[in-house]
Design a protein around this ligand. Structure first.
Ligand code: ATP
Length: 216
């Protein structure tokens, strides 16, 4: 089973990394691929460039064999669309291998506005992670899709290549990249919200307006 977890990772933090490990354990897979998006179609400008976000992410997973970075969206020109990424992966994996994408309820809530969203269940399973404060609108398309395609347990995902939606409710760390960017811009420390390797690099390069002087 191949599992991808996409995001802006602007910057990557312990909330992302803990979730990726939880998913890896719960699905019983050896590795989860973190896929940083190039130009997020649904967002404004990012705080750091694609290359900088990728560099920080690479530092973050350097010592963790259960996590890897998949750079494919940064290598494509133009916007990052999940359907394109999944189609590319499906071509590489062949028709029978289970392929899983992980999203939070915040992102899945707008699923029916994603490009070619109706194709996505034909390409992959979806693991929807419940995030406090981001409940799905009960009468909305994403909630209906979840009810129609719901997998009863993680094992079900191994039985077919795509098409199921599994809702998981793992413990989550209350950390957001937005909060981190605000904190750094205010001149406050973001240490312990992300691996030290990432925090030190942000300081070293002065990313997100971080002060490069003084003690780390
Ligand atoms: P921002 O605050 O800039 O929106 P973010 O911290 O929410 O960023 P993203 O890169 O936008 O991070 O998120 C990528 C994925 O990670 C999304 O599916 C989101 O639901 C999930 N995610 C973000 N923060 C956490 C967290 N603390 N715990 C678990 N999942 C998270």
């Amino acid at each position: 089973m191949h599992v991808i977890y996409g995001g802006t990772f602007d910057p990557v933090h312990h909330g992302h990394l803990r979730l990726a490990l939880e998913i890896s354990d719960r699905l019983g897979v050896g590795q989860v691929s973190l896929v940083p998006c190039h130009i997020p179609p649904h967002r404004g400008d990012t705080g750091a460039s694609s290359e900088q976000r990728l560099h920080l992410l690479t530092l973050a997973v350097a010592d963790e064999p259960q996590l890897r970075v998949d750079e494919r969206e940064l290598k494509r020109s133009g916007a990052s669309y999940t359907a394109d990424t999944l189609r590319q992966l499906r071509n590489e994996l062949g028709p029978d291998a289970p392929l899983v994408m992980v999203v939070g309820t915040d992102a899945f809530g707008g699923f029916d506005r994603w490009r070619e969203w109706q194709q996505i269940p034909e390409l992959a399973h979806i693991v929807v992670v419940r995030r406090p404060g981001s409940e799905l609108e009960p009468s909305g398309v994403p909630a209906r899709l979840l009810a129609e395609r719901e997998a009863c347990d993680p094992e079900a995902l191994s039985s077919q290549p795509c098409g199921l939606i599994l809702e998981l409710n793992p413990p989550l760390l209350d950390i957001s990249a937005t909060g981190i960017r605000e904190r750094i811009a205010d001149g406050r420390s973001a240490r312990y919200l992300m691996p030290d390797s990432v925090w030190f690099e942000i300081r070293r390069q002065g990313l997100y307006g971080a002060c490069t002087a003084g003690n780390f």
